[in-house]
Ligand binder design. Sequence first.
Ligand SMILES: Cc1ncc(COP(=O)(O)O)c(C=O)c1O
Length: 393
Amino acid sequence: MIEPLAFRESRRLASVQTPVIPIVSRWIGESPGTVSLGQGIVSYGPPPQALEALKQFPAAADDHRYGPVEGLPELIAALEEKLRRENGIAGAPDSRVVVTAGSNLAFLNAILAVTDPGDEVIFQAPYYFNHEMAVVIAGCRAVAVATQPDGQLDIDAIKDAITPRTRAVITVSPNNPSGAVYPEAALRAVNALCAARGVFHIHDEAYEYFTYDGLPHFSPGSIAGASSHTISLYSLSKAYGFASWRIGYMVIPAGLWSAVNKIQDTDLICAPTISQRVAIEALKMGRSYCAQYVPELDHMRRLMFDALHDPSVPCDVSLCQGAFFYFIRVHTALDAMTLTERLIREHKVAVIPGSAFGKTTGCYVRISFGALDRGRAADGIGRLVNGLKAIAG
Ligand SMILES: Cc1ncc(COP(=O)(O)O)c(C=O)c1O
C-alpha cells in the first residue's frame, strides 16, 4: 500500500498566532443578536463624491492594466502634499511615498525590507496583532516591551531591549489596542534612540485623525534628520471608511526604495487602480470628511468610560485618548478567550481577547466603539457591564 504524502505548512507559520477576528466572528454568528464591540472599523463608507470617480473608470483603458509599483503619480502627488501640510514630512529627495494595498501590507513590506531571518523587532505590548504576525512570518523574533499601565511608552525599557540583532522599534499612535496617544516628546525620544542605535523606527499612524480633548497628533517622520531611519505608515481604511478598498501608504527612506520595489513588485505589483482613483478624490475632501464623525465617537468614548469606570465593575480602565478602543484589565482568573466566548454566548456582547495583543498574563479585552452609534454603544456597554459583573464579579 502507498503511504499518503504528508503535506504540512511551513515551520515558520507554526509559530504565527491564529487570526482572532474570524474566531470571534464565528462565536457571534452562533449567537444571533450579539452587539459587537469587536472589530476596529468605522461606521461610515467612503465620501460619496469620491465614488463618482467610478463612473469614468470602465472607459479608461490604461486603468485596466498594471500601474506603477509605487502608485499612480496623481495619488502620490496628493499624498506628498498632504504629508507636507499635515504631518510636516518633507518627502523627496530624502524619502519616498509608496502606495500599498492597505497599511498592513506596508508594514509587511517594511519588515521584509529591513530584517533578515533571526533578527529582532521591538514592540510595545499590548501590540496590534497583525504587526506581530508579520514579524513572525518574516522569520524574526518579536520582542515585546510592556507599556505603562495607561498605555504610554516606557522609553528605558525600549532602550534596554535593544540588542545587536534589533532592526526596528515599532510604535503606533494613536494606539490600537490601548487608545493611548503618545506625546511628541516620547516619540522624539524613541526616534533619537533608534538613530543612536542604528535601528529603524517604524511608526503606524492609521488613526492620525482620531484624537480627543484637543490632543495633538505628532509624526516622528517630521523630525529633522529622521528621514534616513524612519518609516511612517498610513491608511485610508479608518479616515475615509475605505477598509475594503485596500489603500494605505508608506513613507520610506529613499535608500530603501530598491528593496521595497523588489518586494511590492512581487507581492502586489500595484495597489488596485480603481481604489487609487477613488482615493485621489477622497483626499480632495481631506480630513474634514473624517472630522465630522469624531464628535459622535467622542460621545461614545465618554459614555463607555463612565460605565466601565464605575467601582462596581470588576475592571481597570484608562480614558481612551485616541483611535476608538478601550483595553481593559478584568478582575478574574478566567483567561481572555474563555471570558470573550462567555460574554458572547451568555450576554450577547462581543469583545476581542487581549491575549491576541500579546497580553498573556492577566485577563484583558479590547473594546471597540468605532462602528457603533450612540444607541448601540449604550446597549453594548450595558451588556458588557452586566456580563463582567456576572462572570467576573
Ligand atoms: C494600527 C493599525 N494599523 C494598520 C491597520 C490596518 O490598516 P489597513 O486596512 O490599511 O491595512 C489597522 C487595522 O485595524 C490598525 O489598527
